[in-house]
Design a protein around this ligand. Structure first.
Ligand code: LLP
Length: 386
């Protein structure tokens, strides 16, 4: 059983490959679920723009009432152009440039998630010059292991992200001297593609301890931002089209000590958009190797770099296999001049023939946004299934 109907496969076959295809119905159902499950506890969700910035995708997310979590001036600008209100935009990132800070201050965005003392000082300087008050949250590195790929682990002491707990007294001293800074929140993000909910429980325990430290100094914190990171099922996308948001939010309700009047914010990217995106390609050649056969596709690491970069698994399907055809093993590779340009080794697929339409699933997050022009390759425009 394919995730696409025969009629949809005909539509997909009419567009030049490779391209990304988005199932907007599934995205809407996912957004409805996030909204109802987070709404049960009054939680606020900002969509992590870095996962996908297609206009049609942003439009649905904005209409659902979520805010935007941005990590560059380009993303802030895109969020505002997409219609997110400045009051719903947060700006994170370990290396914000002066131009990015000034533009965000001029736009009156809701909050800067700050990652170091020098950054706080620079934001203060620019805010003073512009006659603005900058709201900030401190991104604290909680030293919690996310149990995910080391490239997408962010909450350990060895990572470049966040302010170490031992630095907090010095940070507070600096903030006291910064007239144009208003501390409104604490921010945490420990990593991405986290499938073990126990990791989030550990995060809550750590956040509670850190919050206690602020309370004991009579500093009240309006917002606790616990970041994003909820993982998706790459192996069996049809079993879990919508991630278990109910269980995810429940962990925070249960284990996070939320003080009176305090807001809890989330920054979810992958879990919102991953399953609704598919990379569609065509089989160019089936080539005999010594120990295996290669299915050479017209999509490669330039369109979806996750397998090459993180050894990530994406389910591959032959959408136009001859009915009843047997399964064979293929190394599924792209056309790019790199041996890492491989979607998977010895993948079992229905017999592939030249011209078959091949789907690479669960590619809606960190797919098109990470595409490159290496080898002067060009991605075709996306197709939206409504
Ligand atoms: N907040 C912050 C501060 C982040 O750094 C990230 C992701 C998120 C929120 C959203 O995390 P999510 O809910 O999507 O897990 N390119 C990698 C993922 C990099 C994630 C970077 N930060 C991949 O393809 O797996």
């Amino acid at each position: 059983m394919s995730a696409f109907s025969p009629e949809q496969i005909v539509v997909l076959g009419q567009s030049p490959t490779p391209f990304y295809c988005y199932d907007l119905k599934l995205l809407q159902q996912t957004l409805d679920t996030v909204k109802s499950e987070s709404g049960k506890y009054g939680f606020h969700v900002h969509y992590a723009m870095k996962a996908n910035v297609e206009d049609e995708v942003l439009e649905l997310i904005r209409s659902a009432g979520f805010g935007a979590d941005c990590v560059s001036g380009g993303e802030v600008e895109k969020a505002l152009r997409a219609g997110f209100s400045a009051a719903q935009v947060v700006f994170a990132g370990v290396g914000k440039s002066d131009a990015e800070i000034i533009a965000a201050l001029r736009d009156d965005i809701f909050c800067f998630n700050c990652e170091s003392i020098p950054e706080i000082e620079i934001i203060n300087e620019h805010a003073l010059t512009l006659g603005k008050k900058a709201r900030i949250a401190l991104r604290i590195n909680p030293n919690v292991h996310a149990n995910t790929h080391h490239y997408i682990t962010t909450g350990l002491e060895e990572n470049k992200f966040g302010i170490g707990v031992n630095e907090l007294p010095a940070v507070l001293d600096v903030i006291k001297l910064c007239e144009a800074i208003s501390l409104i929140g604490l921010h945490f993000h420990i990593g991405s593609q986290i499938t073990d909910l126990n990791v989030f429980k550990q995060l809550c325990v750590r956040v509670n301890e850190i919050q206690e430290w602020f309370v004991s100094r009579k500093i009240s914190i309006q917002i606790i931002n616990v970041g994003g990171g909820l993982g998706v099922n790459y192996y069996e996308p049809d079993k879990e089209r919508i991630p278990d948001f109910a269980a995810y939010f429940k962990v925070f309700k249960r284990f996070l000590e939320i003080r009176n009047g305090q807001e809890v914010h989330f920054e979810l990217g992958r879990a919102i958009v991953a399953q609704s995106g598919t990379l569609i390609s065509r089989a160019l050649f089936v080539k005999k190797g010594v120990q295996t056969q290669f299915a050479v596709l017209d999509a490669g690491m330039t369109e979806l770099i996750r397998p090459a970069l993180y050894q990530a698994y994406h389910k591959v399907e032959n959408l136009t296999a001859t009915p009843g055809s047997k399964s064979e093993r293929y190394d599924v590779v792209g056309p790019v001049c790199e041996s890492s340009d491989c979607f998977g080794k010895a993948m079992e697929l229905h017999t592939i023939k030249r011209g078959d339409i091949i789907a690479i699933r669960t590619a809606g997050a960190y797919g098109s946004v990470m595409a490159s022009h290496y080898n002067l390759r060009q991605l075709n425009p996306p197709v939206f299934l409504k």
